[in-house]
Ligand binder design. Structure first.
Ligand code: TYM
Length: 331
């Protein structure tokens, strides 16, 4: 079976962008019997940012609970913590010897930090640890170790998947066909879910809506979503409205069509926000309850994740041996 694989890093509360961009499409793909899904908590990636052990642990459990609350079936999906599969890290080193430094210089996340430093007149390397710099190599190891064919992600991760492909090609060129060349799969329409301020919803922009926010807070956050200042009676364009983008994700087809008509006829933003809250809360209520239950039981989460890591290692240990043999290392 072909592997589909994706990860989420524990650097904040799971937000709507993570859910719409990655969790929801990944769980839909997991329904198909054609694939072997492997979904994981990218805690080594999270370590590039979070250096408070208690918070870090809590955030990791949060990501695990979120996947499960949305219906991930650990019997079907190989579900694990990245740091419980040491072969990933071993492959990380091997791949780093095939990753041109120039390629890393061009990686978006690193470049964004450097650009920011330049803009603020700081030293270019301010606040940049080597984990951030080599981040795409570790991600390539995540993907290539499991012969991943498809990586369902949001648009911001496309470059990383392309880097994994480049590194795999370079390795294959030296040692013969070893790694499968992965492809990304991005949902059209919600490739970039907007946040409160209209920019990409992102932990680094502080504009997120946590997917499991309690109803009152959820409503408050929805009310904060930036809109233009058109009066209620003015006709509005759904295609440029963050509220509509979000509404589409949670409402039924009929509700969406109805909302579209209301946009054209003229509807006040306050009313749109109320209706958005209704449909969102309707869909999130159940997973939220499940999430709260799971988060209160870290032993259960550990048990599930360790079992998942065992399944992952049943694949990664023999494959890494093959890689070592090809390179000329001892096996
Ligand atoms: P992370 O933790 O930043 O985000 C997890 C997933 O959520 C998607 N996403 C979004 N999608 C649409 N709109 C948004 N506003 C939005 N914000 C986040 C991301 O695209 C991602 O799919 N490097 C990865 C984690 C990772 C990984 C991997 C992913 C590590 N190894 C291997 C795939 C395969 C990351 O930082 O995701």
């Amino acid at each position: 079976k072909k592997t589909i694989l994706t990860g989420i890093k524990p650097t904040g509360q799971i937000h709507l962008g993570n859910y719409i961009g990655a969790i929801k499409p990944a769980l839909a793909l997991a329904q198909s019997d054609k694939f072997q899904p492997a979904y994981f908590i990218a805690d080594f990636h999270g370590l590039t940012k979070i250096h408070d052990s208690k918070e870090f642990k809590q955030l990791s459990y949060g990501v695990a609970a979120a996947w499960l609350a949305f219906g991930l079936d650990p019997n079907k999906v190989i579900f694990y913590r990245q740091s419980d599969v040491p072969e990933i890290f071993e492959l990380n080193w091997i791949l780093s010897c095939f990753a041109p430094k120039g390629l890393m210089n061009r990686a978006h996340a690193y470049k964004a930090l450097v650009d920011q430093n330049n803009q603020m007149g700081r030293d270019v390397d301010d606040g940049v640890n080597m984990g951030i710099f080599t981040y795409p190599i570790l991600m390539a190891a995540d993907i290539l170790l499991f012969k991943t064919e498809t990586v369902p992600v949001g648009k911001d991760q496309i470059q990383h998947v392309e880097i994994a492909r480049d590194i795999a090609e370079s390795f294959n060129h030296h040692y013969g066909e070893t790694f499968v060349l992965p492809q990304y799969k991005v949902e059209e329409g919600t490739a970039i879910l907007p946040g409160l301020d209209g920019r990409k919803m992102s932990k680094s922009y502080n504009n997120t809506i946590p997917v499991f926010a309690e109803p009152k807070r959820l409503q408050k956050l929805i009310n904060k979503i930036k809109t233009d200042s058109l009066p209620p009676e003015a006709s509005k364009d759904p295609s440029t409205s963050s509220l509509f983008t979000l509404y589409k994700e949670f409402a039924t087809f009929a509700e969406v069509e109805n909302m579209r008509t209301q946009y054209e006829a003229g509807i006040g933003w306050g009313e749109v926000k109320r209706e958005l809250f209704e449909v969102m809360n309707r869909q999130l209520e159940e997973p939220r309850a499940k999430y709260n239950e799971l988060i209160a039981s870290p032993e259960t989460l550990d048990e599930i994740l360790l079992k998942g890591a065992e399944r992952a290692r049943a694949v990664s240990v023999p494959f890494l041996k093959e890689v070592r043999r090809k390179i000329g290392l001892s096996v």
